[in-house]
Design a protein. Structure first.
Length: 256
């Protein structure tokens, strides 16, 4: 049976400031739980049904020492899902960092002011699908460990490395090590059509926020504006996740 102290702790880490303070996050659902147990992430606590534990006992024994069987009612009391599954994991956040050399000949994504958790989670999934390891986020982007981001990423957050850093700080890292600064592409409503570009090489692709796009302060840092042509007079825009998917797929097609 869950103690009051445990319930209080779980409720606390559902808030970003407490997750940051404790350097932990939590995840719910069988698929994500299995991926976490199979990963190199340090699992701190597993709360699950007896069926889940018995079904995955070999994996759980290797990955986690703190295991507690809980009832559906107890799981519902700590879950943020409308229909909780039978497992809840508390894990330690991974350290994220990058070395400019790691970005050589790669396309990396920079998200500018993405606030919607579903959008960020889907973009992480897209990056995972296309084998893009580094995902930079401006400091005002939604937290990658937001539970809705984790759910939307469907486990891809374990394989894509989100790093919260300003674009000018990324570029400064290259300057500081006397390395060639990569080409910076920006996704805009007008620019070179992504379908007609034949020299779309490695670099940094900037995707703007849902409401206002790329902030004007970054315009001077963008070397090439690109766009996804609109074939309808009534459609106003694409959300960030869809735009990222289309542009990344074109990059991969050109550089396959």
């Amino acid at each position: 049976m869950l103690s009051k102290a445990t319930i209080k702790y779980i409720k606390q880490i559902q808030k970003k400031k407490n997750r940051d303070k404790e350097s932990v996050f939590f995840a719910e659902g069988r698929k994500i739980a299995i991926e976490l147990l199979e990963s190199d992430v340090k699992i701190l606590h597993l709360f699950a049904s007896d069926v889940f534990i018995q079904t995955n006992k070999v994996l759980i024994k290797k990955a986690c020492n703190s295991i507690e069987i809980i009832s559906p009612e107890e799981l519902k009391s700590i879950s943020l899902l409308s229909q909780p599954e039978d497992c809840f994991i508390v894990a330690e956040k991974k350290n994220t960092h990058f070395k400019p050399d790691d970005l050589h000949d790669q396309l990396v994504i920079f998200l500018d002011g993405i606030r919607d958790p579903g959008n960020l989670g889907t973009i992480i999934r897209v990056c995972d699908w296309f084998g893009i390891q580094y995902l930079f986020c401006s400091p005002d982007c939604v937290d990658v460990y937001n539970p809705k981001v984790i759910q939307a990423s469907m486990g891809s957050f374990l394989r894509v490395m989100p790093i919260y850093m300003d674009l000018n700080a990324i570029v400064s890292n290259f300057k500081g090590q006397n390395l060639k600064i990569p080409m910076v592409y920006g996704a805009f409503m007008s620019g070179d059509s992504v379908f007609s570009i034949d020299n779309f090489h490695a670099g940094i692709l900037v995707i703007g926020g849902e409401a206002n796009g790329i902030r004007p302060e970054l315009f001077a840092m963008i070397d090439r504006k690109i766009t996804i042509p609109r074939f309808s007079e009534k459609a106003e825009s694409l959300n960030a996740a869809v735009a990222a998917s289309v542009i990344i797929s074109q990059f991969k097609r050109i550089n396959a």
